[in-house]
Design a protein around this ligand. Structure first.
Ligand code: ADP
Ligand code: MG
Length: 330
């Protein structure tokens, strides 16, 4: 049986379930977003930006078998696709407003579209972001999402000063440790490995954009970004943008339990260069350290910014060189 045609597909899986019933184009299900004048269905969405705010916008493409296994549960693909984009908003300390979805599908299959749209809608609902439009084309499976949010005081990469302390949120290494298990390269099916399997799937398909940490550090941080390609490389972006370098004390690195259990002795390296963590890395000027400490956030100081360029690592005071580098497409 052939699947739905292009317009039926858009109506069935996207416009109908992302809009309030009886109020076409007024926003998403139950959390109608007042800023959407006109949502899915016309040539453009019409938007009413919040007054006095700066808009933050970002786009990311997820290509099948590059950014997720093509055969993965579509609900989880929908979740991951939106979460990794939301992480960019969190990294700027922007509150989610709207997103668009450009979907390239090899076929129009309800068995794929139904759970994908559910995963996307559940995530959109959880983070209060509204789908306002998109594009649907035929070809190899690929998902492009553009997110837009609003902020008062954006957290940029270029604001750090020498001497600022470097922090990361939560723990690192879970995303990279999860990858071989999610890809089925390590067998997670044995009873003693089931916990690793579950933790891996949670880390990989349900990463948590760090909005709460971003809000809390907003008034103190001098620079910030989300760690998508590995701490070492991403911290390098703050260094470059700020015209500085950094030194890290690796014994301080908060390593994810999953990285420890899967990677063993290579856990440190995984936490340092592995991608897919979506935690925040940020810098705090000395004078704000005590105010920040009083907030009791899930963050760890791991080093400081230096006038000398390049990122230098020490382990218990001894210079340390990782064997890998952060992820790059080319
Ligand atoms: P146009 O021909 O003007 O480019 P389309 O036919 O591509 O418009 O899309 C019709 C409407 O459906 C537009 O409002 C568009 O934003 C929306 N749309 C198309 N594909 C998607 C999708 N995958 N998700 C959400 N909205 C979509
Ligand atoms: Mg048009």
């Amino acid at each position: 049986m052939p699947g739905p045609g292009e317009f039926e597909l858009i109506r069935e899986y996207f416009s109908s379930r992302f809009q309030t019933e009886g109020q076409p184009n007024s926003g998403a299900q139950g959390y109608a977003n007042q800023s959407v004048v006109l949502g899915i269905g016309d040539d453009c969405a019409l938007l009413n930006p919040p007054t006095g705010k700066i808009l933050a916008t970002s786009v990311d493409t997820l290509v099948a078998d590059v950014h997720f296994p093509a055969s993965a549960d579509p609900f989880r693909i929908g979740s991951r696709a939106l979460r990794v984009n939301l992480s960019d908003l969190a990294a700027m300390n922007a509150e989610p407003l709207w997103f668009t979805l450009a979907l390239t599908l090899p076929e129009s299959s309800p068995d794929w579209l139904e759970p994908f749209a559910r995963g996307l809608a559940a995530t959109a609902h959880a983070y209060g972001i509204t789908l306002i439009g998109g594009d649907t084309t035929k070809g190899p499976l690929s998902i492009t999402i553009q997110v837009t949010g609003a902020c008062d005081a954006p957290l940029r990469r270029d604001g750090a000063s020498a001497g600022d302390r470097i922090f990361v949120s939560n723990t690192l290494g879970a995303g990279a440790a999860a990858l071989p298990i999610v890809l089925g390269e390590i067998d997670g099916s044995l009873a003693q490995q089931q916990q690793q399997q579950q933790q891996s799937e949670a880390a990989y398909y349900f990463p948590e954009p760090q909005f709460a940490v971003a809000r809390a550090i907003g008034e103190y941080a001098s620079a910030a970004l989300d760690i998508s390609d590995g701490l070492l490389g991403d911290l390098g972006h703050i260094c470059e943008a700020s015209g500085l370098g950094a030194e890290l004390d690796l014994e301080r690195l908060p390593i994810a339990p999953l990285a420890q259990s899967v990677k063993g002795e290579r856990a440190l390296e995984t936490a340092l260069t592995g991608g897919d963590d979506y935690q925040l890395c940020f810098t705090i000027p000395e004078q704000h350290l005590s105010a920040l400490g009083a907030l009791q956030l899930p963050i760890t100081a791991i080093g400081r910014m230096t006038a000398e360029s390049g990122v230098r690592c020490r382990l218990h005071g001894v210079g340390w060189q990782p064997s890998g580098t952060s992820f790059q497409h080319f």
